[in-house]
Design a protein around this ligand. Structure first.
Ligand code: 5AD
Ligand code: SF4
Length: 475
């Protein structure tokens, strides 16, 4: 089936937003700030949200704000929220609640919320009823209209709620204020059509839509020219990427990845997330033949039991998942694989949980993200009868984590003396610096701070369970 590209927000609309941005700058100038007003943006949740926040920061700068990491100095506090689990939502409500007294005491402070959580009608309603001091609430489909919304908020002095239903559009050309000078997020597609039965993402992020290949390729070229060392391609399911180029050529994800990999430079390419049902041999072959593609595959399995996988609507069996893993490891010996697992899905029996342990034992992941099932309003799994007590779910989570820790420790025990190339990401907890290897392993080592953001070579010197220490080497 030939692809059709989604509608892009028109240049006229983007120009209208730039006009609003200049009006917000004027309004802020009239508010009598002695110095440039500052905005504090905090992001919950996944890398997709991080990427959105970088666009939000870019738009805020265009509206005349400076950016600060210090909430206390900010005159605009914005939380970009996550809806994936109840715990994430509780943290947001708690943090927003704590701003109430300060908002009431400081006439100039403004509080804004956006992202997946507020895209849900019942949350927006709760904010409206119980959080009257929140000034601005906007959903995931309204980010590009932030200048207009800020203008409405300042010019009317009233609360602004803007939660459009799925627009199915893509906004290209927004200003981006990136967090890091070394690592960049590069969204290739938005939304998700998979409807896993536990997952709220399709309800808040809308239908799948892919960026044009030219947009992705030219953003990557700019990042490489600007010296970025690592580019992570983002999408809820990058393997669903499908778009037509301007010349009418059909691009799928393996083709896009191959063209990105052909670019010159010393950078690493990563991508996430891959749905196992469409992690094809073609994709793994491109990875195996790649020059820049990190030998790391994040392949969320969620469960090792076929009945639970069916109830989750994952569309693969444990055996099919293992086939993908085996193919990938044959094509790329030493490949690092990581995963996400949910324990305590409604009705999960102990025997079904043991299938998950067996799969983890078989695959030997580098690391795992483990979660207790959290019912999300509007999803199919939220209405399933659930006979598993909470204590039992917690016990399963602990058992799974302990198993993964022993697997990671055994893997790490083989590491002393090995040489690794790392991207130095920042300060360490035990040693001066911390870096991440191609397979996503974190290693700490001593060295000067100006190595942050650079590739370095280390030899592993010491292992404590699954923590790795190294020392710098020439190469
Ligand atoms: N409850 C628990 N974990 C969830 N995830 C997604 N939805 C839920 C939920 N309702 C997990 C999945 C997914 C990861 C990003 O979050 O494992 O891969
Ligand atoms: Fe959620 Fe499944 Fe889509 Fe991932 S693939 S975002 S788990 S619905």
């Amino acid at each position: 089936m030939p692809s059709t590209n989604p509608t892009e927000i028109s240049p006229a609309e983007l120009a209208r937003q730039r006009e609003y941005a200049s009006q917000v700058r004027e309004l802020l100038a009239c508010q009598g700030y002695e110095e440039q007003p500052l905005a504090f943006v905090h992001t919950y949740g996944c890398q997709g949200n991080e990427a959105d926040s970088e666009r939000i920061r870019g738009l805020l700068r265009g509206c005349g704000y400076g950016l600060t990491g210090d909430r206390e100095r900010a005159s605009l506090i914005l939380y970009n929220t996550c809806a994936i689990r109840e715990h994430a939502e509780d943290r947001v409500f708690g943090n927003v609640g704590r701003l109430k007294a300060r908002r009431q005491a400081d006439r100039r402070l403004r509080v804004a919320l956006c992202g997946c959580m507020v895209q849900q009608g019942h949350v927006a309603e709760k904010l409206r009823q119980s959080f009257p001091f929140v000034d601005l609430v906007f959903g995931t489909h309204a980010i590009h209209r932030l200048p207009e919304l800020l203008y409405r908020m300042y010019s009317t002095g009233r609360r602004v709620y803007e939660i459009p239903e799925e627009a199915g559009t893509i906004a290209e050309g927004l200003p981006i204020q990136r967090e890091s000078a070394a690592k960049a997020w590069l969204p290739v597609m938005y939304g998700c059509d998979n409807y896993c039965s536990y997952c709220v993402v399709p309800l808040v992020r809308g239908r799948e839509r892919s960026r044009k290949p030219e947009a992705v390729l030219s953003e990557a070229r700019e990042l490489i020219a600007a010296g970025y060392q690592e580019i992570t391609l983002l999408g809820q399911n990058v393997n669903s990427y499908r778009a037509l180029s301007e010349a009418g050529e059909d691009y799928d994800f393996p083709r896009l990845l191959r063209e990105l990999d052909a670019m010159e430079g010393g950078f690493w390419l990563r991508f996430m997330t891959s749905h196992p049902k469409d992690c094809s041999p073609a994709l793994l072959d491109v990875m195996a033949g790649g020059r820049h593609i990190a030998r790391h595959l994040h392949l969320p399995v969620q469960s090792g039991n076929d009945e639970i996988l069916r109830a989750m609507n994952r569309k693969y069996t444990a055996a099919q998942y293992i086939e993908v893993v085996d193919y990938a490891r044959r094509a790329m010996p030493g490949l690092s694989i990581t995963s996400d697992i949910i324990v305590g899905f409604p009705g999960e029996s102990d025997a079904q949980f043991r299938d998950t342990l067996a799969l983890v034992e078989r695959v030997k992941y580098t690391s795992l993200f483990t979660f207790i099932f959290s019912p999300r309003q509007g999803t199919r799994a939220a209405s399933l009868p659930d006979s598993v007590p909470r204590d039992e779910k917690v016990r399963r989570l602990r058992e799974l984590t302990a198993l993964q820790e022993s697997i990671a420790a055994a893997r790490c025990a083989e590491m002393p003396g090995k040489a690794l190339r790392l991207l130095c990401e920042g300060k360490g907890k035990r040693l001066a610096l911390a870096g991440r290897g191609e397979g996503n392993q974190i290693v700490e080592f001593d060295g000067p701070e100006d190595l942050i953001g650079q590739f370095v070579h280390v030899r592993i010197t010491n292992v404590m369970n699954w923590l790795l220490d190294g020392e710098l080497t020439e190469k």
